[in-house]
Design a protein around this ligand. Structure first.
Ligand code: AFP
Length: 339
């Protein structure tokens, strides 16, 4: 990035301006998605500010509750969830919400109801909060038929029916990556303006990468295709250079790097967790949507990730996503081992 040139720029493409431009390509659009996205952006700005102040404000620490997955909830998880639920509900554009932090789906009161359903993880990677590692918010958006009161079944659909998805990473800078169905664009929060500015237009994931990203501590329980893929990454049979291993343990940060630099991120099934760890609705689907829109692939070990139809709102699935050729190699291995 040319910082000197950036400082001179006067024509800033803000996220709102970008979304309005996208909206103008659809004359039938009434601006509802734009309004909804503005409320999501507000939630992201609030959480970004809370994450930055967490150490000072003594927000770090256990809230003394556990979430539906039996994991310890941190205060920031609780706060972020409340912020997003309120921001989404008050937008007047949402209908059914599913949050990682709430066991049951949330049905928006009739007077505030709109056409969109939102699935989200308000603060993913929260076990990294205490050591200042990047964490993030992940979201996916579905649209209901006009006038319909939504049900949970409206969300138990293939990921291909999502209309938009994105994430916001709270890292050394606050970056929001969004796709409303066409391309993928990245925006960085300018704290002095309080605006997300387009800094990564038309993100395309390199066709093949030099990085693999996985929790290798689980290797003893992996299936054969995963084991073989990682072995080939370290000891290539074709004389090429070995791949580098990078694993943060925070999906938003690992996927963000994968989108920009290429490579593969995986959370495979293993003997202890046959469905992997990551949740379909608010981790696997939104990230798979973004990776596909950026030219990559996302595979569960059995099928294209976005074609999976979850049976429960908090269902988990194994996931391999990233550069097209790297995921293709995983698919070949699953074919070969008949797994
Ligand atoms: P936490 O929210 O409990 O930190 O989990 C983060 C996460 O859901 C996802 O962001 C990571 O990719 C993955 O779990 C890391 O899992 P492992 O710690 O098992 O590698």
């Amino acid at each position: 990035m040319d910082h000197a040139a950036d400082a001179q720029r006067t024509d800033l493409m803000t996220l709102t301006r970008h979304v309005l431009n996208e909206q103008s390509k659809h004359p039938e659009a009434r601006g509802d998605l734009t309004i909804l996205l503005n409320h999501i952006v507000l939630g992201c700005k609030f959480v970004c500010s809370a994450v930055n102040k967490a150490g000072l404000a003594k927000l770090i620490g256990l809230a003394g509750e556990t979430n539906v997955q039996g994991e310890e909830q941190k205060k920031l998880d609780v706060l972020s969830n409340q912020v997003f639920v309120k921001a989404l509900t008050s937008s007047g554009r949402t209908n059914v919400l599913v949050s990682e932090e709430d066991e049951e789906a949330i049905f928006v009161p009739e007077k505030l109801r709109g056409r969109y359903c939102v699935v989200f993880d308000p603060l993913d990677g929260s076990s990294n909060i205490d050591c200042g590692v990047s964490i993030g918010t992940i979201f996916g958006i579905y649209m209901l038929e006009a006038g319909k009161a939504g049900t949970v079944d409206d969300l138990l659909k293939a990921g291909t029916s999502m209309v938009a998805a994105g994430y916001c990473m709270y890292g050394s800078s606050c970056t929001l990556v969004l796709s409303t169905g066409e391309d993928v664009n990245g925006f960085t929060l300018d704290p002095s303006l309080g605006e997300f500015i387009l800094t990564h237009p038309h993100i395309r994931i390199p066709e093949k990468g030099k990085i693999y990203s996985v929790n290798e501590g689980n290797a003893k329980n992996w299936d054969e295709p995963t084991t073989k893929f990682v072995e080939k990454a370290k000891f290539p049979e074709d004389g090429s250079s070995p791949k580098s291993l990078r694993y943060i343990g925070s999906m938003v940060a690992d996927v963000h790097r994968t989108l920009l630099y290429g490579g593969i991120f995986m959370y495979p099934a293993d003997k202890k967790s046959p469905n992997g760890k990551l949740r379909v609705l608010y981790e696997v689907f939104p990230m798979s949507f973004l990776v596909e829109k950026a030219g990559g692939q996302a595979f569960t070990g059995k099928q294209r990730a976005l074609e999976l139809v979850p049976k429960k709102i908090h269902e988990r699935s194994p996931i391999f996503l990233g550069s097209y050729d790297d995921v293709e190699e995983v698919k070949e291995l699953y074919k070969q081992y008949g797994a």
